[in-house]
Design a protein around this ligand. Structure first.
Ligand SMILES: Cc1ncc(COP(=O)(O)O)c(C=O)c1O
Length: 366
């Protein structure tokens, strides 16, 4: 069986370094708020080209903390995409604001920046663009709309570590950017982890305080915060992986180019593209299977030993928690019925991809 994702090669290449880093953390007896997190935060800020990086417990917490630091809360609306992982909207509800879903661009699958302006109301406080599957959202037009209407931007870059829009790393163009270090992400920990980045010193300080029980110093609690600290073990692992992330992203890009070359002339399938200014890091290589064939194609692939995944089968506005609002967003709904993510990871072998492509040709024609 060809899996949809495989960490085994990465693990075997890095295991010596990882074991010795884990040994150092264990021997140090310093597990929380220690030197590995501090060093990682500096290295991540340097890599991304921003002033402040704050390690937190998950990408979900990163979003919640970003919204809280910006003062988004009860009675506010936040515009976002319906075609993303649930956590994007869940974070908005967790701060007691309301997500307002805007339909997607059918080509990039990201929020359609041309539709954002129409969704703005007097209660709108922020926009959360998501760089879905590693493909940067159009930050030029989203920033222009936000500026014209005095709105905050929180970039959900959970799936797009290292992706760029006009040479800038995603996550660094809004007021705040958030990342997830979930193990399958382009930069993944071996457990949960997340990151908040910003160029605003006071927002950074607010996030630092909120993620540590609202205390600016020990036992001096100024706010109701939470416990959302990145731990030393995950930070030590991430420090080993960070120097490899560019080459891993290049390998993902090369793998994506091989798929596109093999598949783009086939009937009934649409391959991902890359707009001018966008550097896609292919967290997923997601095709669209047309003519209502997606589920049948996926089943045939499975029978031929090829794993694939549907991200996401239901757009957020149609999930039980949101569907009472009776919103219809036809492009997101169509995408949810057509998308299929093919096996991709940095070390995927070209011959494995040939097998995937052959199986897909066969599945499409049968
Ligand atoms: C777009 C998006 N936002 C937020 C998250 C939440 O990240 P985490 O799982 O680290 O909480 C994810 C995780 O899959 C995601 O894909």
């Amino acid at each position: 069986m060809i899996p949809a994702f495989d960490l085994s090669e990465e693990l075997s290449n890095l295991q010596g370094e990882i074991h010795s880093a884990l040994g150092s953390v264990l021997r140090s007896g310093h597990f929380i708020n220690g030197p590995s997190v501090k060093a990682l935060e500096r290295e991540l800020a340097d890599y991304l080209g921003c002033s402040h990086a704050i390690g937190v417990n998950s990408g979900t917490d990163a979003l919640v903390l970003a919204l809280r630091a910006l003062g988004v809360g009860e009675g506010d609306e936040v515009i976002t995409t319906p075609f993303t992982f649930f956590a994007t909207a869940e974070a908005v509800d967790l701060v007691e604001a309301t997500p307002v879903f805007v339909d997607i661009d059918p080509v990039t699958l990201n929020i359609d920046s041309a539709l954002v302006e129409r969704a703005i109301s007097p209660r709108t406080k922020a926009i959360i663009p998501v760089h879905l599957f590693g493909y940067p959202a159009n930050m030029t037009s989203i920033s222009a709309v936000a500026k014209a209407h005095g709105l905050h931007i929180v970039e959900d870059a959970a799936q797009a570590f290292g992706a760029q829009w006009n040479e800038k790393k995603v996550g660094t163009m809004g007021d705040v950017g958030t990342f997830s270090f979930y193990p399958t992400k382009n930069l993944g920990a071996y457990g949960d982890g997340g990151l908040v980045v910003t160029n605003d010193a006071s927002l950074a300080e607010k996030v630092r305080v909120l993620k540590d029980h609202g205390a600016s110093r020990k036992y001096f609690h100024e706010f109701i915060g939470c416990n959302s600290r990145l731990d030393e073990i995950q930070a030590a692992i991430l420090r080993i992986k960070l120097p490899h992330v560019d080459s891993w992203n290049d390998k993902r890009r090369a793998a994506a180019a091989r798929y596109s070359e093999a598949l783009s002339n086939l009937k009934g399938i649409e391959c991902p593209t890359e707009a001018a200014g966008a550097k896609h890091v292919y967290h997923q290589y997601t095709v669209r299977i047309q003519n209502g064939q997606r589920d049948a194609v996926r089943m045939r692939l499975n029978e031929m030993g090829v794993g694939s995944t549907v991200y996401y089968p239901t757009p957020l506005h149609l999930l039980p928690v949101y569907r009472a609002n009776h919103v219809r967003l036809p492009r997101a709904e169509k995408a949810a019925s057509e998308v299929l993510s093919l096996p991709i990871w940095p070390g995927i072998k070209p011959e494995t991809q040939v097998r995937v492509a052959e199986a897909l040709k066969c599945a499409l024609s049968s």
